[in-house]
Design a protein around this ligand. Structure first.
Ligand code: PLP
Length: 369
């Protein structure tokens, strides 16, 4: 099998699994328990918090562990002050868009920031938001479909000067580009473990201490009272280990992925009618989203699956209805073109031979198709 869908999820790193195993079996104590077994779990969670903090340049106390990126995004938007409006970019992940729509239904004013043809937020869109003065703005650091990277540091600086809270969903950026919380200048940042070779069901919200967190889950006093519920100790340990590895290996991974992506894009050029979406934007070195004229993306995905190749399509399958990707729609891509999209997202274990095989299969399927 050739796995080219790392933006959906990554395989767990062996070293991460090894770090986790003792906390699934031997050290099963509750981190809130005061006896030795409990304290062992608590120090493992503390160590993981330090590993993650080191990757993103924050104090460990600025990290709230959650059940994943989705929960972190929900928790971030829940900081919105009563009566305040909010603005989110039109290309956000559903775990930002849906809570934003919920807030709108509760009476908060919602504004969508538009993007240009390359999926980038424009200065005009930021100027417009500044005029509207919402309480919170959410702009993702890197897009899950196109890989386009936003200039968060610039926008956060402008929005901060207007006392607007800035949230960035850095789920796809973490482990692929340097992510330094203070340099980005956001007040809030969402992360997820399973996109960086850690386990699923674990993530974090990073926060600046000036922001009043409004817990979504109430109950025990875990995570400074900001996220109740017994900690998923093994998963948190895995996330910490994955963060440590990402920090140590970031430069090598980036170099490897860029080499593979260059090879991939070179091969793709030979396919008639193929477009790379967001081509002019600075993009994650692992992500290429393409459309081939006259080809159905979902059909192509299934044909590739039969050849043992896993990619993702650019359509959202909700209640059996196939809708073209809202991200591509926001970029002004025609629905037919958007339905032809497939996303190839590379990972650290992919090889040149796999890319060559993928290009061969894609070429034969699209020319036949
Ligand atoms: N944000 C982005 C940009 C994502 O790509 C994803 C996952 O696909 C999420 C948030 C959700 O993260 P999780 O799967 O950990 O809930």
């Amino acid at each position: 099998m050739i796995y080219l869908d790392h933006n959906a999820t990554t395989p767990i790193d062996d070293r991460v699994l090894e770090a986790m195993l003792p906390f699934l079996k031997t050290f099963y104590g509750n981190p809130s328990s005061l006896y030795r077994l409990g304290r062992a779990s608590k120090s493992a969670v503390d160590a993981a918090r330090e590993q993650l903090a080191a990757l993103i340049g924050v104090q460990p106390g600025q990290i709230i562990f959650t059940s994943g990126g989705t929960e972190a995004n929900n928790l971030a938007l829940a900081t919105l002050a009563p009566q305040a409006g909010l603005a989110v970019s039109a290309i956000e992940h559903p775990s930002v868009i849906e809570p934003a729509l919920r807030l709108q239904s509760l009476g908060h004013e919602l504004h969508l920031l538009n993007v240009d043809a390359n999926g980038l937020i424009t200065q005009d869109a930021v100027d417009e938001v500044i005029r509207l003065k919402p309480g919170l703005v959410s702009i993702m650091l890197a897009n899950n479909e196109t890989g386009a990277i936003q200039n968060i540091a610039d926008y956060a600086g402008q929005l901060r000067a207007q006392d607007i809270i800035v949230h960035t969903d850095a789920v796809q950026a973490l482990g692929k580009i340097p992510v330094d919380f203070n340099r980005l200048g956001a007040h809030l940042m969402s992360l997820s473990s399973h996109k960086i070779y850690g386990p699923k069901g674990c993530g974090a919200l990073v926060f600046e201490k000036s922001v009043a967190i409004n817990p979504v889950l109430l109950g025990g006093g875990q995570e400074q009272g900001f996220r109740a519920g017994t900690e998923n100790v093994a998963a948190i340990v895995g996330f910490g280990k994955a963060a440590e590895l990402a920090k140590a290996e970031l430069a090598d991974r980036q170099e490897h992925l860029l080499k593979l992506r260059t090879l991939l894009e070179h091969g793709l050029k030979a396919i008639p009618g193929l477009t790379v979406f967001a081509q002019q934007a600075e993009r994650l070195s692992n992500t290429v989203q393409v459309g081939v004229r006259g080809i159905d993306g979902e059909m192509l995905l299934m044909q590739l699956d039969q050849k043992g190749i896993a990619v993702s399509s650019g359509s959202a399958c909700a209640s059996g209805l196939r809708e073209p990707s809202p991200v591509l729609a926001a970029m002004g891509v025609e629905p037919d073109r958007a339905k032809s999209a497939i996303r190839i997202s590379l990972g650290k274990a992919n090889t040149e031979a796999e890319i060559i095989e993928f290009i061969k299969q894609l070429t034969s399927l699209t020319i036949k198709g």
